[in-house]
Design a protein around this ligand. Structure first.
Ligand SMILES: Nc1ncnc2c1ncn2[C@@H]1O[C@H](COP(=O)(O)OP(=O)(O)OP(=O)(O)O)[C@@H](O)[C@H]1O
Ligand SMILES: [Mg+2]
Length: 248
């Protein structure tokens, strides 16, 4: 992968990267800043086109954005529709998909309940806290009923307590909906709370996936468990090695 405007022969952002996401899996990607995690998500989402190589879902090549692949961003990057209520924001995807008003209302109600926002349907985004906005964003993405949900550091701007609550809820949502989740984070503890598999991306340019860990611990995960701490330490050591490799 190279971005347009990069000079001829300059290094690729991503290179020799091969990744298989399993149906229904909770997959987490961590790695040094600037390595290409967001770029990889955008390529999978179809909002960015790779210069070489291919991405396919269920055997069909990804040729652009699709309702089958939803994206949840850090809130500062992708605000909600400020002029729509919570229910209208969440019902937006179904309405674009041609559902009737009654169907949109029903789907919105279902996903608003799933993310714990019942009673807030008629509020506007500016009346919500950061954590509530992220819940709306998650509900809005899920309401479009994508097979695959891509998350780019969705909780990074939230306080630690809210983040912990939302991590727990996201696991419950994943278990309730059976969607495939691909989640990028800088927070290694969060990676081990969430992921069935945690992959580490190398420092770019020419970033790829250096290692992947199967986190074989039951949900909800207990961070006081010795195996939890072992996994966090191993992944942290990997990232430190990657981040410092420029000085080798
Ligand atoms: N639109 C763009 N045009 C040119 N270069 C870009 C563009 N977007 C990203 N890059 C470059 O691609 C590389 C990877 O960026 P990317 O945002 O994917 O990294 P990241 O791993 O998500 O970083 P972070 O952890 O800081 O979010 C960086 O060197 C960045 O400068
Ligand atoms: Mg990023």
């Amino acid at each position: 992968m190279a971005y347009p405007g990069q000079s001829e022969g300059s290094d690729l952002i991503l290179a020799d990267l091969s990744l298989d996401i399993r149906d229904g899996e909770f997959f987490v990607l961590v790695g040094p800043s600037g390595s290409g995690k967001s770029t990889l998500l955008k390529i999978v989402a179809g909002t960015e086109t790779q210069t070489e190589g291919q991405v396919s879902t269920h055997g069909a090549p990804v040729k652009g954005p699709s309702r089958q692949r939803g994206m949840v961003f850090q809130s500062i990057d992708e605000p909600l529709f400020e002029w729509l209520t919570v229910a209208q924001n969440v019902g937006f995807g179904p309405s674009v998909a041609g559902k009737t008003r009654a169907q949109c209302r029903e789907i919105a109600a279902q996903y608003i309940a799933l993310v714990g926002l019942k009673g807030h349907e008629t509020k506007f985004p500016h009346e919500l806290s950061g954590g509530m906005k992220q819940r709306v964003q998650i509900a809005r993405t899920l309401a479009a009923e994508p097979d695959l949900v891509l998350f780019d550091e969705p909780f990074a701007a939230l306080d630690a307590l809210t983040r912990r609550v939302l991590q727990k809820e996201l696991i419950a949502i994943w278990q309730a909906t059976g969607r495939t989740m691909v989640y990028v984070t800088h927070d290694i503890r969060e990676a081990v709370i969430l992921g069935q598999r945690v992959a580490v991306m190398s420092r770019g340019p020419r970033a790829n996936i250096t290692r992947s860990y199967d986190i074989d611990l039951p949900y909800p995960r207990d961070d006081l468990d010795g195996r939890f701490a072992d996994a966090v330490r191993a992944i942290e050591a990997d990232i430190e090695r990657e981040s410092s490799s420029q000085w080798d």
